[in-house]
Design a protein around this ligand. Structure first.
Ligand code: FE
Ligand code: FE
Ligand code: ZN
Length: 279
């Protein structure tokens, strides 16, 4: 059974997201823990969480993926920016325990001219501060397009961060198909080769989530402009091959394609489910 969902608004709480998900035949979903540009997180309502857990159990939603604000930069050269990232990450990880044993994804950050090595050290140091014993959440580092001074455009950069973490077992990666494509990994022409590389450098056992997006730009463009499934340079067949690949098919998939409303996601989910080869 394909585990697939999309990015949903968290404005109306967990139960509403689960209901939105089931309304489009999704059995998982992604959401921002707070305003994607940062800012204060809404207080978690215990009644909402309880209702969500009951509904999710009944409807077969066992996996959810929270996404950190994308403006966080624990690799920044500015101490206040690093401190803010630390505060948000620590608070988010604490909030994640309201829904134990789930996934929390973040963009590693940007080295802003300090160099990849300094950036990697800073991100790892920040994560070692916020990852605490007893946390049940798995923290995921997202593969990035390598735009500007983004860290994570190469698998080696994510591996270098993970290597420096104490909380080894609760750290994984989220592969974004648009990002790896833009970073120069040809998942349309050589998916097996890219996965062999991912396995060699990071380890496929670390792969816990996939952002399934088409790309508006050719492989290696380093642009990070998402396209709807089948309307970009990767194409429907290549993305459907990702959801059917024996090493990937059991990983949860999340659409982050540009849509006007939920019906666009519903359509993509229906087409991907129809192209799923079961058994
Ligand atoms: Fe992301
Ligand atoms: Fe993504
Ligand atoms: Zn992106």
């Amino acid at each position: 059974m394909l585990t697939i969902g999309c990015h949903l608004s968290s404005a109306k709480g967990y139960l509403r997201m689960a209901k939105d998900a089931t309304s489009i035949d999704a059995n998982t979903f992604q959401f921002f823990t707070r305003n994607p540009r940062g800012g204060r997180a809404k207080t978690i309502d215990p009644a909402d969480v309880a209702a969500f857990h009951a509904f999710a159990a009944e409807r077969g939603i066992s996996r959810i993926l929270a996404h950190a604000p994308y403006t966080l930069n624990p690799a920044s050269a500015k101490p206040q920016t690093c401190e803010f990232a630390l505060q948000v990450l620590a608070e988010d990880l604490e909030r994640m325990e309201a829904t134990p044993h789930q996934l929390y994804n973040m963009h590693p950050g940007s080295h802003v001219g300090q160099g990849v090595e300094v950036g990697v050290e800073k991100v790892a140091a920040a994560l070692n501060e916020v990852l605490r014993p007893g946390q049940t959440t798995t923290l995921l580092l997202e593969t990035m397009a390598g735009k500007g001074s983004e860290i994570g455009g190469r698998f080696e950069e994510l591996a270098a961060i993970i290597d420096r973490l104490d909380a080894d077992g609760r750290v994984g990666v989220c592969l974004d198909t648009c990002h790896v494509w833009d970073a120069g990994y040809d998942i349309a022409g050589d998916l097996d080769g890219v996965l062999a590389e991912l396995d060699r450098v990071i380890g496929l056992d670390r792969l816990r989530a996939i952002h399934l997006n088409d790309s508006m730009n050719p492989c290696g463009a380093r642009k990070d402009r998402h396209a709807r499934i089948g309307e970009g340079c990767i194409g429907f067949d290549a993305l459907s091959a990702v959801t059917n690949h024996p090493r990937l098919r059991d990983v949860p998939f999340y659409l982050e394609t540009p849509q006007d409303d939920l019906s666009g996601y519903a359509d993509e989910i229906a087409r991907l489910r129809a192209a799923r080869v079961e058994g």
